[in-house]
Each structure stands twice: as structure tokens, then as C-alpha cells.
Design a protein around this ligand. Structure first.
Ligand code: PMP
Length: 432
């Protein structure tokens, strides 16, 4: 069956809001290293890694063997009613890495569920259903997670009972305060957070939930230290800080293992998912024991922490740490950023190149303005595909290109990707 027929069947049986990339969507059927192959035999360099999920690329023997060994035991699932050795071991590792004192770990199967669990903990701990999120955020697709998602394109429902207000996200490029220097910008945003608490809440807010680098929002990042300034304000009111590390965790940002560490703060809870299983579904929340244990009723995720996902996740995390992929992400990411920054001068359609490590965004605009250019982003997506490269797209206006290759990307792969992007932008953007 060719991809056109499969696409037609997809459209006929899947929800209309489950969007596919590309005019002619592709079916990926194989992968090795940082390359994937589609059903028609075309190979692509993958700079999006299953939405930041295949963080060790494809077919890595260490992960495959861990999964196969677990399958060979005959046990894929037992449930959390029984001890699961690999779950305990992984929780110990993540608790240690989290930097959260007296940390407890609860495993889920997705980032949405992780955030849902964190919101449940914070609201229960504080006995308040008021939450502060950031503008332009994305935290998942569930009823509570869409409520704290500050992006019209992903807020599928406005009916959630969570009471949410939205603080400044720290994106200098789009902020009306963007002309201020870092210190002044940070101070004004923190003052605005205090004003927001005074004017839009009853004061006893449960938590602030934030992505250190906004993923779906187009890899926007605040100045380092913004969350420290926010935390000072939150501490005045006893409001918890939850760091959504679903995209920014596991060393992807290069300079730190977790995104929040760029700000010199320790959150009360962090949530994770995506890369940890290298493609196998796993997520979770880490919180101080006092917060985690505030629930007085039972709570369970039947599949959360199952032996198969734990086997994959332990092998993935061990590989990341053993090979210091955080340092590797810093090195290769800097190389990509430098390569792309040259494009800003040559192509005025590139409004901004930003990011850290292997989490790099490019915002496309109408030349000479900051007006978002989503059509240009769509064209570049098509051109990069034609050139043999998969990248992501996002941002509030759909005008941001997102590059988040596996953390195992080589420098040669990095250069190849940058060259394809350069050619795609030149091809897609015809000066008028
Ligand atoms: N938080 C962030 C920052 C995310 O990027 C995502 C997914 N894009 C989620 C939460 C939700 O994760 P999932 O799709 O696994 O439910």
C-alpha cells in the first residue's frame, strides 16, 4: 500500500485534529543512529527525534538488548501492586539526579499524566485550585493540562475547573518589554508576577507551572535567572514551583541536566517524559516527600512504571550519563547554533535563532518586521524534507522551526543538517 492510500485511511478513521506533517505525509518504518527510512525507501536525517523522544536515536544496541531481555522473561506488565526492581532502581537514579531534597518519584505513561499528577499534588497540598502558568505554554492534552496551556492553538477546551492566570513567559523577542536589559527585564517580569497574584487570584495560589524552555511554544527561553526571581515572589506566598522538564530534561540543554538549573533554583516538583524511554512510553513526577505524600486517598497508574518501560528507561538514562551526552549536546548544539546564526544575516526571513544545547528554534518573520511568517515555515519544512532532513515546527503562530535531534548526533550530522536547512530557507524564501 502506498502512503497516499494509508493517508486516506488515516483521514477516514482518525480525529480531524490529529494533524500530520507535510503535504504528503510519510510513514517511518526503519531507523539506525540518527537516520530514519520511510516506507518508500527514502532516508532522512532526523532533527526532531519523534518529538524529542528518541533521544538516543534509533536501534541503539544497549536499549534494544534491555527491552529484549525484559521480553524474554515473559513479563511485560505486572502492575504496581507488586515490587518492580527496575522501577525502584530508576526512581533512585532520578531522585538523585533531580536535585530535589527528600525526593519521591511517581511514574506515569506520558507527559500529560505527569503534569496532571503534579497539578493534583500541588492543588491538594495547597488546598487551592488556582494555578499560574506561563503565556505560550504547553503542558499536555488532558482536562487540567489544557487549562494550564497558554496557547490558543492547543487549548482544546476552556471548560476545565482549574483556575488559571498566565504570567510573562520571558520570551524577549515577542515581549513588549523585550528592549530592557536582562536584569531590568527579569525584575519587571517578577514585579508583574506579584501584581498578577494580587489582581487575578485570591492569593492562596497552588503553584506556578513552567517549561524552562517552551517546547510547543517554539523553543522560547527566558533570560537565565528569571525563575529565581519568580521563585522569590512565589515564596512570599508559599506557592509551589513546578518545572515541566518533559522537553528540557536529561541534559538536552547542554549546560545543565535540567532546564531549571539555568536559573539557580530547585523546584518543589519536576515532571518528565519523552526522551527517558527512548521511544517507549514513560513519564513521571518528582516531588519533595512532603508534597508527594500529601494525598490521603490511594492513587495508581496501572501501566506507570511497568517492567518493559523501566527496562528501556534504565538503559537510556544509564547511556546518557555514562557517555556524558549533556556535554556532547552542549558541543554539537553550539556548532549548530553558530551555523544557523549565519543564516540570520543572509536571510531576513529568519527573525531569531535561539536555544541551548540540542533544543534550537528559528523564528521566521516577514523580512524587516517581526510579523510571523507561518507560510514560510511550512515551506521550509517541505524543503528540508525534500533535502532529506526531518525538523519540527511550532510557536504560537506556527512560524518557528524546531530542531531537537537525538543527543547522539555527530558533528558531521550536525553540519549536514545545517547545510540542508540553509538550502531549504534559500529555496523557500524568495525575496519580494
Ligand atoms: N509538557 C511538555 C513541555 C510537552 O512538550 C508535552 C508534549 N509535547 C507534554 C507536556 C505532554 O506530553 P505527552 O504528549 O507525552 O502527554
Amino acid at each position: 500500500m502506498d502512503h497516499a492510500e494509508l493517508n486516506a485511511r488515516h483521514q477516514a478513521v482518525m480525529p480531524s485534529w490529529l494533524a500530520l506533517y507535510y503535504d504528503e505525509p510519510i510513514e517511518l518504518v526503519g531507523g539506525r543512529g540518527c537516520r530514519v527510512t520511510d516506507a518508500e525507501g527514502r532516508t532522512y536525517l532526523d532533527f526532531f527525534g519523534g518529538i524529542l523522544t528518541n533521544m538516543l536515536g534509533y536501534g541503539l544496541p544497549e536499549v534494544r538488548e534491555a527491552i529484549t531481555a525484559q521480553l524474554d522473561t515473559g513479563v511485560v506488565h505486572t502492575s504496581t501492586l507488586y515490587l518492580i526492581r527496575k522501577q525502584v532502581e530508576l526512581a533512585e537514579k532520578i531522585a538523585r539526579l533531580s536535585g530535589i531534597p527528600d525526593a519521591r518519584v511517581f511514574f506515569t505513561c506520558s507527559g500529560t499524566e505527569a503534569n496532571e499528577a503534579a497539578l493534583m499534588l500541588a492543588t491538594q497540598y495547597r488546598r487551592s485550585n488556582q494555578v499560574i502558568a506561563l503565556r505560550n505554554s504547553y503542558h499536555g492534552r488532558s482536562f487540567a493540562a489544557v487549562a494550564v496551556t497558554g496557547n490558543r492553538g492547543w487549548s482544546a477546551s476552556s471548560l476545565s475547573p482549574v483556575q488559571v492566570t498566565y504570567a510573562q513567559n520571558g520570551d524577549r523577542y515577542r515581549s513588549p518589554l523585550g528592549h530592557l536589559d536582562d536584569a531590568s527585564f527579569t525584575r519587571v517580569c517578577a514585579d508583574d508576577l506579584r501584581a498578577l497574584i494580587h489582581t487575578t487570584t485570591a492569593g492562596d495560589v497552588a503553584c506556578l507551572i513552567a517549561e524552562p524552555i517552551q517546547g510547543v511554544g517554539g523553543f522560547t527561553l527566558p533570560p537565565d535567572g528569571l525563575f529565581a526571581a519568580y521563585k522569590e515572589v512565589l515564596d512570599e506566598y508559599g506557592i509551589l514551583f513546578i518545572s515541566d522538564e518533559v522537553q528540557s530534561g536529561w541534559g538536552r540543554t547542554g549546560e545543565h541536566f535540567w532546564g531549571y538549573q539555568a536559573h539557580g533554583v530547585v523546584p518543589d516538583a519536576l515532571t518528565f517524559a519523552k526522551g527517558l524511554g527512548n521511544g517507549v512510553a514513560v513519564g513521571g513526577v518528582v516531588a519533595r516527600a512532603e508534597v508527594m505524600d500529601c494525598l490521603t486517598a490511594n492513587s495508581i497508574s496501572t501501566f506507570g512504571g511497568n517492567p518493559l518501560s523501566m527496562a528501556a528507561a534504565n538503559a537510556t538514562l544509564d547511556y546518557v550519563v555514562r557517555h556524558d551526552l549533556q556535554a556532547h549536546a552542549a558541543k554539537v548544539g553550539t556548532r549548530i547554533l553558530e551555523g544557523l546564526r549565519g543564516l540570520t544575516e543572509r536571510h531576513p526571513v529568519v527573525g531569531e535563532v535561539r536555544g541551548k544545547g540540542l533544543m534550537i528554534g528559528m523564528e521566521l518573520v516577514e523580512p524587516g518586521t517581526k510579523t510571523p511568517a507561518p507560510a514560510a515555515a511550512t515551506r521550509v519544512l517541505e524543503e528540508t524534507k525534500r533535502g532529506g532532513l526531518l525538523i519540527g515546527k511550532g510557536g504560537l503562530y506556527g512560524n518557528c522551526l524546531r530542531l531537537a535531534p537525538p543527543l547522539t548526533l555527530t558533528e558531521a550530522d550536525a553540519d549536514e543538517g545545517v547545510a540542508i536547512i540553509g538550502a531549504a530557507i534559500a529555496q523557500a524564501w524568495v525575496p519580494r
